[in-house]
Design a protein around this ligand. Structure first.
Ligand code: PGA
Length: 254
């Protein structure tokens, strides 16, 4: 099994202005974080420069939450990969369920965005997959995630996919306080790894960092991230407070 580094990424969604991002960074940098665990904060576009500057030289990564799949063009309101490169971000969330649900993101656009990021930058995509509540209740969650992976990763080769971060986020657990049990999360993350092994090979599957996301908090992080196929978390609400996020990271590192 590959030695995967644990990786905790915050997803601020549409929270915090520039002043709020500065305050977070000042407080966060004063707190002690365990070594040997990767940390990143994915912020709204306008707050990225502030965080890139604040976290320069600290090892803390900065991520965007979306990007367009063309380099430039008449796409009002969009942001392109070269623009993210210019700002100096390390990561970009792709295919978050909120973008799939409210902003017309499809597996096809997700696939184009992954290709653009991999082909033209060294920004690491954090690809989100996951099922809705009715799909979980119907017992088809693995079919849903399997189909997402096939479409989202179409045309990407093993060497590329090795660099990817995948976040398994059951939609019914996002922002609801309803977390998947550690066993449910482990079951799906192991399924995803098995699916990658069948699409590519075992070495590729073993290299991919697979996070769980959905109501991860300081109190449940240790049990979830302690599971063998769960390498970290994508954290929404609990990433907004520097002290809380730090204790979550500490719990995950245990
Ligand atoms: P949550 O969000 O931690 O607030 O549930 C997770 C996410 O949407 O990435």
């Amino acid at each position: 099994m590959a030695d995967r580094v644990k990786f905790i990424a915050g997803n601020w969604k549409m929270f915090k202005d520039i002043e709020g991002a500065k305050e977070f960074a000042d407080a966060f940098l004063k707190l002690n974080r365990p070594a040997g665990i990767k940390v990143a904060v994915c912020a709204p576009f306008l707050q990225l420069t502030t965080l890139v500057d604040a976290f320069a030289g600290t090892g803390i990564g900065v991520g965007a939450q979306n990007v367009h799949f063309e380099d430039s063009g008449a796409f009002t309101g969009e942001i392109a990969v070269p623009m993210l490169k210019e700002v100096g971000v390390d990561y970009c969330i792709i295919g978050h369920s909120e973008r799939r649900e409210y902003f017309g993101e499809t597996d096809e656009t997700v696939n184009k965005k992954l290709k653009k990021l991999f082909n033209t930058s060294d920004i690491i995509p954090i690809l989100c997959v996951g099922e809705k509540l009715d799909e979980r209740e119907a017992g088809v969650q693995q079919d849903i995630v399997s189909a997402q992976l096939e479409k989202d990763l179409a045309g990407l080769d093993a060497d590329t996919v090795k660099e990817l971060v995948i976040a398994y986020e059951p939609i019914w657990a996002i922002g609801t306080g309803k977390t998947a049990t550690p066993d449910q999360a482990q079951e799906m993350c192991a399924f995803i790894r098995g699916k990658l092994a069948s699409m590519y090979d075992q070495a590729t599957a073993d290299a991919v960092i697979i996070q769980y996301g959905g109501s991860v908090k300081p109190g449940n992080a240790k049990d979830i991230i302690g599971k063998p196929d769960i390498d970290g978390a994508l954290v929404g609400g609990a990433s907004l407070d520097p002290e809380g996020f730090t204790s979550l990271i500490a719990a995950a590192a245990e």
